[in-house]
Structure formats: structure tokens, C-alpha cells
Design a protein. Sequence first.
Length: 82
Amino acid sequence: MQHRSHRRPEKIHDINFKVRQVLNILFMVTAIVGCLMYTGVIGGEENEMKGAIVVIIAVLIKMAECMIRLLKKNNNEEDEEE
């Protein structure tokens, strides 16, 4: 019996995959910077509100990445039904 990997085959790494990876990296960097701003490590203690705004922007970036993933998954399910 062959071992089935839970990962997708390499051929599925299309433009959506690359865009999602860029958005994930952007999310991680933005979230870290926002947290550091919020806690006062970057820019001093007066940047608390700016840090919160940066974290909210990071969440919006993550939501965009999730929407791309869900739309791709939905499109694949519709293709399989045909």
C-alpha cells in the first residue's frame, strides 16, 4: 500500500499559490510590526493606536488570503461535479 501524503501535488502550485504565499508573508511581517508598535517596542508608547491599526490591517490581509483559498477550493469542487 502506497503512503498518501496529505499535501497536494506540486503541479497545483499555480499563481494563486504564489499570491497566497506572498500574502502570508506580508501578514506575518505586518502582524509582528503591529504588535511591536502596540507594546511600545517600536516608536515609543504613543504608538499604541497606530499599532492597533497595523494589526487590523494584518487581519485584513489574512482575510484576503483566506478568501483566495476558499474561492479556489469552491472552484475545484464545481469542476469535479461536471
